[in-house]
Design a protein around this ligand. Sequence first.
Ligand SMILES: Cc1cc2nc3c(=O)[nH]c(=O)nc-3n(C[C@H](O)[C@H](O)[C@H](O)COP(=O)(O)OP(=O)(O)OC[C@H]3O[C@@H](n4cnc5c(N)ncnc54)[C@H](O)[C@@H]3O)c2cc1C
Length: 433
Amino acid sequence: MREITTSWGRVTHAEHEVLRPSNREAPLPVAAGISRYLPRGAGRSYGDVGLNADGALWDMAALDRFIGFDDVTGVVRCEAGMRLAALLAIAVPRRWFPPVTPGTKEVTLGGAVANDVHGKNHHVAGTFGRHVRRFALARADGERMVCAPDENPELFAATIGGLGLTGAIIWIELQLRRIPGPWLEVETIPFGSLGEFFALSRASDASHEHTVAWIDAMTPGAPGVFSRANHVPGEDGRIRARGLRLCATAPFNLVRRPALHAFHAAVRARHARRRTARRHYDGFFYPLDGLADWNRLYGPAGFFQYQCALPASAGPEAARAVLDEVARSGECCALGVLKMFGDLPSPGLLSFPMAGPTLALDFPNCGARSQALFDRLDSIVRAAGGRLYPAKDARMAGDFFRQSYPGWRELARRADPAISSNFWRRTTEGAQG
Ligand SMILES: Cc1cc2nc3c(=O)[nH]c(=O)nc-3n(C[C@H](O)[C@H](O)[C@H](O)COP(=O)(O)OP(=O)(O)OC[C@H]3O[C@@H](n4cnc5c(N)ncnc54)[C@H](O)[C@@H]3O)c2cc1C
């Protein structure tokens, strides 16, 4: 069936033939006249890694079953279209938790592998791919193989962070992490400068599993609130009832400057003092899931997330330069998140994190003005030896991608020749060969 698919940022969309595999033993479906395919998870990537204009998508949503769960070791095997939300519902009552989780539970396990996602515990757990024991990979020509560190190791590495290009992951075996209960003890600490953020981060790395900061990137100096948390024992609580849903796209961008200033001021006032509280994992890890389809708030033009990783050596100065540039630009930055990545290596070829700070900044799409700001930010990130996150990107220049992800050539060699994406063509077309 032909459908128009929109990325999470709603800036890019494409028309595809959508094919829906539902039997994990069967070959992947193909369609007459279609020469390029791409697996699709839950569509939570902001840019165009999940789009494949004029080709087909394998929508993996129907492959969402549990295959096995060892309650004693915490090893789980699930089909790759399963969402983290479904895994959490089974695992948490048994006192297991995903080893790494992004800021939404509405991603599939296949999508989490293909972007090698990271969470607030990167400094102690690394990326998602470090906890994947094995998976089954299906290629468009019907070939199928199990990949693990000691079985088809090159494809194992190329598929972790491989942007779906090596084949469709059919099932995944994952090592979960023990937790004492669904609660976390969360300490929130206001800070007034980036220097304070870096000191807090250093002081918390050894004592806290989860660390992250919210920042007000529109205010010079980027004041913010640092959160650090550990899992603590406690009984199962009631999971937040299904949250609200934005039923339609706003007719225009509702995320505007005066409202944002008021919102940022309110957050800072609420966290004006250091505080410790017990929080349920659902509210701590997934606050944005409380409003389903919140991306529609930005209106028909959509929004961008600019997420960069900066190397530890140049990171603090470069992060400061990025944030100075944002504050000076006068552009609306609705959400700013700052975190220090650790140095645990990923088994993947194209993983985004590097030891040092990462900044994630949301901006409404204001056309040329937004692009001009991103170009200036790119110059700072490039000069510092940093890179942008493909899962969030809809616009980086091909040479920037290729320079900052030297593994791309090896990925191109391992990719399924029948698989492609808008992102891959945008960043590598003309450079292969
Ligand atoms: C609110 C929010 C918060 C987020 N927070 C974080 C965060 O903290 N950290 C982080 O790292 N990311 C974060 N993300 C990004 C998100 O985790 C990634 O984009 C993730 O990959 C999306 O998974 P998905 O299932 O939606 O996959 P999609 O977006 O549908 O696809 C992503 C990529 O995976 C490939 N893919 C999907 N399924 C398969 C499969 N079965 N086999 C092979 N390839 C496949 C696709 O081809 C595509 O290249 C966040 C996103 C949102 C919306």
